[in-house]
Write a protein that binds this ligand. Structure first.
Ligand SMILES: Cc1cc2nc3c(=O)[nH]c(=O)nc-3n(C[C@H](O)[C@H](O)[C@H](O)COP(=O)(O)OP(=O)(O)OC[C@H]3O[C@@H](n4cnc5c(N)ncnc54)[C@H](O)[C@@H]3O)c2cc1C
Length: 447
C-alpha cells in the first residue's frame, strides 16, 4: 500500500508491481503529485517561456528582428496541457502494471490498516507493507498572511493572478532564485531578500557570484542580510519590513522560505511511527520508519527534497520490500545526487564541492575552464560561466563537479555518471565528443 502518488509513490508503485507485488496507491489529488501540479513541472514550464522571451530580446545580437509579447492565457493553457499529458501517461503506466488507484485521503487505522476517505465514503484497506510518500508543501512563516492575490506562495504563481509589476521575493535558496529569474524573464522588476551574504548559501561562493552578477545585470535588487519580519497589504501592493528596519514596497510578495512535510492527520501516533522535531518521518538508510513494515520516502523522509531523489528512493524501496536486499543491494548515496538551479545561467553540481573538500582538509585536484574558451558557447552568444571538475589527485577518480552556464543541468549528467560509476578524469578526456558542443568543456576541464 502506498500513500501519495508523487514521484516517490508512483515510482515505488510501478517498480513493486513489476516485481510481482499487489499494489494499491492512494492519492488525494493527482498522480504525479505536487511535483507535477505545483513544483517541478509548472515552474520549469514558466521558466521555459521566460527563457524564450529572453532569447527574443537578444535576437538583434543574433542578427534577427523579432518581438515577443506574453499571452498569459495561452501560457496557462500550455502548463495545463503539459500537466494533463503527464497525468494521463502516468495513470496509463500504473494501470498497465496492475496498480489499483484509489482517489482519496488516507490515514492509518491500525498497524496494517489504512482508511481512505473517498467521494463514495470510507474504504478500509489492509497491507503487509505501507509506504508513506505524502510529500511536502510551502512553509508559510507566522508573520505572513497568504491571500493568493498579493501575498503568494509558489503555488499561486502558475501563472500568478497577474504578472507582478514589482515582485518582492523572500528567500534566496533554489526556489527563491528560480522565481526571481522567472519573474525578471517575464518582465517584472524583482527585489530579492537574501537573508545571508550570498544567494544560494549552500553553494560554492564562486558559483553564487556568477548568478548574482547576472541578476544585477538584469536589474534585480539584491538586499543582502535582509530577513523579512512583516508583510502587509497596501492600497495597491505590499510592504515588506525586515528585522533590520529596511522596508521594501512592491506589487506582490512571493514566499520561498522552504517547505513543511505532509505528516499531520495520518494517524502516526496511533501506529507508533516516530517523527523528528520538524515533523519528518525518522527513517533508516533503507527508508524504514520506527515500524519495520512502514516506510517513508520522498520529501516526507526529510532527505534531499528533489523529485529525482524521491523517485530513486521509490525504486530502491520497492526492491527492498520485495526482498531484493538479500542480493547485493546498493543503498542510496545522497552525496552523489546531481542537482540543478534553473536560472540563467543554469547552475548544476554533483558530488564533492571544492569548498567542502577545503573545509574538511581533503586533498583534491580542482580544474576549471570558462565557457569563453568554448566555440559553441560563443556561437550561441552566451559564454557565461564555467565547468569545474573535482578529482582525486592520486587516482584521478572523479569526485564531483560544478557547471554554471547554458544547459548546465543537461551537461552535469556526464559528471554524475562519472561520480556514480567511479570513472577517472582520463575516461572523460578520452571520450570522442562532438564538435562544436558545450560538452567539449567537460573534457577540457578534466584535462
Ligand atoms: C517550486 C518548486 C520547484 C521544484 N522544482 C524541482 C525540480 O525542478 N527538480 C526536482 O528534482 N525537484 C524540484 N522540486 C522538489 C520536488 O517538487 C519534490 O522534491 C518532489 O515533489 C517530492 O516528491 P514526493 O513524491 O515526495 O511528494 P509530492 O510530489 O509532494 O507528492 C505527494 C503526494 O501525496 C499526496 N498526499 C499527501 N497526503 C496524502 C494523504 N493523506 N492521502 C493521500 N494522498 C496524500 C499529495 O496529494 C501529493 O500528490 C521543486 C519544489 C518546489 C517547491
Amino acid at each position: 500500500m502506498i500513500i501519495g502518488g508523487g514521484p516517490a509513490g508512483n515510482m515505488c508503485a510501478t517498480v513493486a508491481a513489476t516485481l510481482g507485488a499487489e499494489v494499491t496507491l492512494i492519492e488525494r489529488e493527482i498522480v504525479g503529485g505536487a511535483a507535477h501540479l505545483w513544483d517541478c513541472i509548472p515552474s520549469k514550464a514558466l521558466i521555459a517561456t521566460g527563457g524564450e522571451l529572453a532569447e527574443l530580446r537578444r535576437a538583434p545580437e543574433m542578427g534577427l528582428q523579432a518581438e515577443g509579447t506574453l499571452d498569459v492565457q495561452a501560457l496557462k493553457k500550455r502548463i495545463d496541457s503539459i500537466q494533463q499529458h503527464l497525468h494521463d501517461s502516468l495513470r496509463q503506466l500504473l494501470s498497465s502494471q496492475g496498480v489499483r488507484l484509489v482517489t482519496g485521503t488516507a490515514r492509518f487505522k491500525d498497524d496494517h490498516t489504512v482508511v481512505a476517505e473517498t467521494t463514495d465514503g470510507l474504504e478500509e484497506l489492509e497491507a503487509d507493507f505501507v509506504v508513506v510518500a505524502t510529500g511536502s508543501r510551502p512553509r508559510v512563516p507566522d508573520f505572513a498572511e497568504v491571500d493568493g492575490e498579493r501575498i503568494l506562495t509558489t503555488r499561486h504563481c502558475y501563472p500568478p493572478p497577474e504578472i507582478p509589476e514589482h515582485a518582492v521575493v523572500i528567500g534566496s535558496g533554489v526556489t527563491g532564485v528560480e522565481f526571481t529569474h522567472m519573474f525578471t524573464s517575464l518582465g517584472s522588476k524583482v527585489t530579492l531578500l537574501v537573508s545571508r551574504q550570498q544567494v544560494l548559501p549552500i553553494k560554492d561562493a564562486e558559483v553564487a557570484a556568477v548568478l548574482e552578477e547576472a541578476f544585477l545585470e538584469r536589474g534585480v535588487a539584491l538586499l543582502k542580510g535582509a530577513r523579512a519580519s512583516e508583510i502587509e497589504r497596501t492600497a495597491d501592493g505590499v510592504r515588506v519590513s525586515c528585522e533590520d528596519a529596511r522596508v521594501i514596497e512592491g506589487s506582490h510578495a512571493v514566499l520561498a522560505v522552504g517547505s513543511v512535510p505532509n505528516t499531520e492527520g495520518l494517524g502516526f501516533d496511533d501506529v507508533g511511527v516516530v517523527l523528528d522535531d520538524s515533523g519528518y518521518v525518522v527513517v533508516n538508510h533503507n527508508c524504514v520508519s520506527s515500524q519495520k513494515h512502514i516506510y517513508a520516502i520522498g520529501d516526507v523522509s526529510g532527505k534531499l527534497p528533489l523529485s529525482s531523489v524521491a523517485a530513486m528512493q521509490g525504486r530502491k524501496i520497492a526492491e527492498h520490500l520485495m526482498g531484493m536486499h538479500n542480493r547485493p543491494h546498493r543503498n542510496l548515496d545522497y552525496d552523489k545526487a546531481a542537482s540543478a538551479v534553473f536560472t540563467e545561467p543554469e547552475i548544476a553540481d554533483v558530488g564533492l564541492a571544492e569548498a567542502e573538500a577545503f573545509a574538511s582538509g581533503r586533498k583534491i585536484r580542482a580544474t576549471k575552464v570558462p565557457f569563453t574558451a568554448n566555440a559553441k558557447a560563443l556561437i550561441k552568444g552566451d559564454p557565461r560561466g564555467f565547468v569545474k571538475i573535482i578529482s582525486d589527485p592520486a587516482t584521478g577518480v572523479v569526485l564531483g563537479g560544478s557547471i554554471v552556464g547554458r544547459n548546465a543541468a543537461e551537461l552535469i549528467g556526464v559528471v554524475a555518471l562519472a561520480v556514480t560509476a567511479g570513472l577517472k578524469v582520463g575516461d572523460i578526456i578520452d571520450s570522442l565528443l562532438v564538435h562544436p558542443t558545450l560538452s567539449e568543456s567537460l573534457a577540457d576541464a578534466a584535462s
